[in-house]
Design a binder for this molecule. Structure first.
Ligand SMILES: Nc1nc2c(ncn2[C@@H]2O[C@H](COP(=O)(O)OP(=O)(O)OP(=O)(O)O)[C@@H](O)[C@H]2O)c(=O)[nH]1
Length: 380
């Protein structure tokens, strides 16, 4: 079904007719990267950690739709595995999966080059294992990386927490947090900030954590949040997520708190829509796409909640949660959505024209410009 351009209904809800003209996008003030760009210059997210901590599993589950059980059969990674996911996803970066122990003293390992082009370094710690060695490795890795590039976001995934009780999870997080920060303080690296997440591939926590990591690398995030806030408050919507359809990570949401259940509901909706579309939505000869401009879905739950999904760009979908009574104003919601969608496209078009005009690109974080379909593009 195509997007409708209905007249707004009169009522208590306003109409989003004037999105701010200044979307907050622009080239940030900052230094221009003066070091030579590495040949492989897409922004990077590095996945590091001890052997068998779960790095490859995370990458396969989040970006390649591998089911968690299948990861049991993954073989150990022996060399750096570069995964370029930009063709299928909004998220235009490379994920580098490192083999367990990286030897910083190995002369063939050019860690300076690697860290220079890195946006985020995710260090995975197996919470089901003794983590003393992992903490030592974490310290060595982040302190080296920080010296090369202090702009990297350092993210620690306390992983495999599906095996732990709730109390044990909290205790483990507290302990790891404390020890890691003590090590940094001892090395006078208090300015190095570590963010911690409890993750597991057996639930949505890994997608949530990855969402937060990616969001920090999107310079337009405040603008997107602002647009979502305006959209939901004028449409009687309770919560809205802007999803990268392929990975199911959300690249932005409105500023009300995210509860895990709502996020899971929206993820499940995307799965249902794509699965049904793959089975019944393609042409008879199998051509066509499971997700395109026409993609939209409405699911009414038995608790008077409605889930509403609509296409925003080739890679992005908006998924909203609202009450049945608010959905009676569907015309208004669709009109507002139309304005919202237009604004999102404009946000990303500014990026393209800025780039065409040859405006200097900022150095960090590494995703500063975007292509037409909203894909951030490296400015390294
Ligand atoms: N219980 C549990 N097991 C997990 C989780 N994530 C990964 N695993 C398991 O951990 C084992 C190791 O996973 P890998 O992804 O191969 O680990 P890796 O860090 O890439 O290992 P190397 O390639 O040797 O560095 C596999 O048997 C996975 O099934 C998780 O969230 N929970």
């Amino acid at each position: 079904m195509s997007i409708q351009f209905e007249e707004p209904l009169a009522g208590s809800y306003g109409v989003v007719d004037s999105f701010p003209k200044d979307f907050g996008y622009g080239v940030e003030e900052g230094d221009i990267e003066d070091s030579p760009a590495p040949s492989d210059s897409k922004p990077r997210i590095l996945l590091m950690g001890l052997r068998r901590s779960g790095k490859s599993s995370i990458q396969k589950v989040v970006f390649h739709k591998m089911s968690p059980n299948e990861t049991l059969f993954l073989e150990s990674t022996n060399k750096i595995y570069k995964d370029d996911i930009s063709n299928s996803s909004f998220v235009n970066f490379q994920i580098w999966d490192f083999p367990g122990q990286v030897d910083f003293f190995d002369p063939t390992f050019d860690y300076e080059m690697i860290f220079r082009g890195t946006g985020a370094l995710i260090f995975v710690i197996d919470a089901q294992d003794d983590y003393v060695e992992a903490l030592g490795r974490l310290h060595l890795t982040v302190s080296r990386a920080y010296r090369v590039n202090p702009e990297i976001n350092f993210e620690v995934f306390i992983h495999k927490v599906d095996g732990l009780s709730d109390d044990h999870k909290i205790e483990t997080q507290r302990d790891i947090h404390q020890r890691a920060n003590d090590d940094l303080a001892d090395a006078s690296l208090e300015k190095l900030h570590l963010s911690f997440y409890l993750t597991s591939i057996y639930d949505h926590s890994i997608f949530e954590a990855f969402s937060k990591v990616v969001q920090k690398l999107i310079p337009q995030l405040p603008t997107l949040e602002n647009l979502l806030n305006i959209f939901i408050s004028n449409s009687g919507i309770e919560k809205a997520f802007l999803f990268d359809v392929v990975s199911k990570i959300y690249i932005a949401t409105d500023s009300s708190p995210v509860d895990m259940q709502s996020y899971e509901l929206c993820c499940d909706m995307i799965d249902v829509v794509i699965d049904v579309s793959c089975i019944y939505g393609l042409k008879e000869d199998g051509s066509g796409s499971a997700y395109d401009k026409e993609s939209m879905a409405i699911i009414k739950l038995n608790n008077t909640t409605v889930l509403y999904l609509k296409e925003v760009t080739k890679f992005l979908a908006l998924v909203c949660i609202l009450r049945e009574e608010s959905f009676e104003r569907k015309g208004l919601i669709d009109y507002n959505f139309h304005c919202f969608r237009k604004a999102i496209h404009e946000v990303f078009e500014v990026g393209v024209s800025t780039q065409r005009l040859g405006t200097p690109q900022p150095s960090t974080p590494n995703m500063k410009t975007v292509t037409h379909n909203g894909t951030p593009r490296s400015a390294v």
